[in-house]
Design a protein around this ligand. Sequence first.
Ligand SMILES: NC(=O)c1ccc[n+]([C@@H]2O[C@H](COP(=O)([O-])OP(=O)(O)OC[C@H]3O[C@@H](n4cnc5c(N)ncnc54)[C@H](OP(=O)(O)O)[C@@H]3O)[C@@H](O)[C@H]2O)c1
Length: 276
Amino acid sequence: MDIKGKNAVITGASKGIGKAIAERLAAEGANVVLAARTQATLDDTVNKLQAQSAGKILGVACDVGKMEDLQNLVDTTRAQLGPIDILINNAGVTSQFPFEKQPFDDFERLVHTNYLGYVRLIRLVINEMIERKQGAIINSVSGSTLVDPIPRGFLTYSSLKVGLRAFLKGLFWELRDHNIKVTSILPGVVASDLTDSLENITAQQRDRLMDPQAVVDMVMFALSVPANCCPLELAVINQQTPWTKPVIDYKQQMADCPHCGENIEEMKRRKLETKK
Ligand SMILES: NC(=O)c1ccc[n+]([C@@H]2O[C@H](COP(=O)([O-])OP(=O)(O)OC[C@H]3O[C@@H](n4cnc5c(N)ncnc54)[C@H](OP(=O)(O)O)[C@@H]3O)[C@@H](O)[C@H]2O)c1
């Protein structure tokens, strides 16, 4: 796809991964609509991009958890730029709880943002894409969907991402016949505000976090493949860590030794390291 002059909508574009994607698409000459809730941060990012870009840059305050905000985002884009060529569904939030302690409000916030926010926005844009027989829908899902069972503490976050990934895989086949490309991006752990708030992550682990540019490169790859093909899913996982051992420990076997109290997983790991 020639990105220059195309209209792209990016949710969660004021910070982190979404901001990095917005910067790159703007640099490539796209007209970019940035959406996020906090007006001041959004304005700041939009102003910076406007100063550097040849394309049009708009900021639309939007809570993707609210249907009326999503409708306003789509209507404003169409009115000011025309049809949407590229949708980057990216706005997301996380939290870390054992499920029995997770407040209902928090659980519902994740459902509305990380699942419904994506699916509803897709539903609002696809009929026009189908009529035009073109469009790209790229979605920040999560590398945590590759971990089975779901990492402890992230049951709501990751199970919603697993559901989203399944939905998008099905949508890929449905929209393929209409020449619309649907891609799921599965990043490992990326340095951003979202990961700043995580618990149990050491300074050494923090050094291994990926730069948002790794995700930007995946997006650009998805947009650059020839017209007759489409990456269904793209995963880029943190290096310097074995595939099955994510950057954030996900101790599935939390049982402690009844004799000494040490965590059994830790004990096994320590014994293996001693053998080496
Ligand atoms: N960072 C990682 O390690 C990682 C790994 C895999 C997948 N992901 C996914 O990548 C996406 C972006 O993550 P990130 O790390 O860049 O997060 P981030 O740095 O926390 O940025 C999140 C962005 O989304 C916006 N946002 C949050 N809730 C929103 C809502 N309800 N409506 C509209 N905008 C909202 C935020 O702005 P406001 O708060 O002002 O709304 C901000 O612009 C998420 O979907 C996340 O699940 C991240």
